[in-house]
Design a protein around this ligand. Structure first.
Ligand SMILES: Nc1ncnc2c1ncn2[C@@H]1O[C@H](COP(=O)(O)OP(=O)(O)OP(=O)(O)O)[C@@H](O)[C@H]1O
Ligand SMILES: [Mg+2]
Length: 258
């Protein structure tokens, strides 16, 4: 069953398209990797999917219904980890989770048990009473992921979830995503890295300048021998620059007389 659907999503900023006519659907158990270089429109899509940003045209549907019909109900079913961990830095990790859990209407006793258990698994338990302002980037990211998962959402939207995590935590979290998908959750995550998407996803959407250039089930892409073509398409998007020449230019600019 389709959980989340983007239908012809378009977003223009001052007339310029950041996302153009993007459509996809995510079923129960699907992990959709949303792949594209910097500035290709991934986060803009995420903000529309989560109901934070109104599309210029197009719709987001949750289980066949426009999310705007009942946005609060949709948000209760949704787990969202944004690109940047802009948390309330004056709160402690625990206070933040308590706040989010209360907003999500988790029973206070269960909330404490759940948060304690997850803080422990994410190696954040010893730091739970320190202010978020004292956390490293990866620590903030961990708290944000706990907050996104704590109410056991049906759909998960993760904007570059691995960007701040160290290798071992990234491995653990990758497995968490797989297990959640196996239990029937619908998962959407953005990444600028092909390998990450390739290892984890059941479906893929490749984006360039806001438009879909390739999409499909990873299995189909592989079985139809499309993987090399996809890799080629991705390389063309990301590595069209002469990296050595560009690096030399940057260093020359750095070292130019001040
Ligand atoms: N609030 C805004 N106002 C104007 N333009 C914006 C705004 N937000 C995003 N854009 C533009 O939309 C385009 C897509 O940006 P977006 O943040 O969606 O890219 P992204 O794929 O998430 O990139 P990254 O990999 O760097 O996170 C960019 O050209 C960006 O400048
Ligand atoms: Mg982004």
């Amino acid at each position: 069953m389709v959980v989340l659907e983007a239908r012809q999503l378009t977003k223009r900023y001052a007339g310029l398209p950041a996302v153009s006519s993007v459509s996809f659907s995510i079923g129960e158990g699907d992990i959709l990797g949303y792949l594209g270089p910097n500035g290709s429109g991934k986060s803009t899509t995420v903000k529309m999917l989560t109901g934070l940003l109104e599309p210029s045209t197009g719709h987001v549907l949750y289980r066949g219904r426009d999310i705007n019909v009942d946005l609060p109900a949709y948000k209760r079913k949704l787990g969202y980890a944004p690109e940047e961990a802009n948390l309330y830095s004056f709160l402690t990790g625990w206070e933040y989770l308590e706040l989010v859990g209360t907003l999500r209407e988790i029973d206070a006793k269960r909330l404490k048990a759940k948060a304690d258990s997850m803080l422990n698994d994410f190696a954040m338990f010893p730091h739970r009473h320190s202010p978020i302002s004292s956390y490293s980037k990866g620590m903030r990211q961990r708290i944000m992921l706990i907050a996104a998962l704590m109410h056991d959402p049906d759909a998960l939207i993760l904007d570059e979830p691995f960007s701040g995590l160290d290798v071992s935590m990234a491995l653990v979290f990758r497995q968490v995503i797989k297990l959640l998908a196996h239990s029937g959750k619908a998962i959407f995550f953005c990444s600028p890295v092909l390998e990450v998407v390739d290892k984890l996803c059941t479906h893929l959407v490749l984006l360039r300048q806001g438009a879909v250039v390739a999409c499909g089930a990873i299995e189909d892409i592989r079985s139809k021998g499309m993987a090399p073509a996809l890799e080629e398409a991705f390389l063309q998007l990301t590595e069209r620059v002469d990296s050595d020449g560009l690096a030399a230019n940057i260093v020359a600019a750095v070292q130019a007389p001040c």
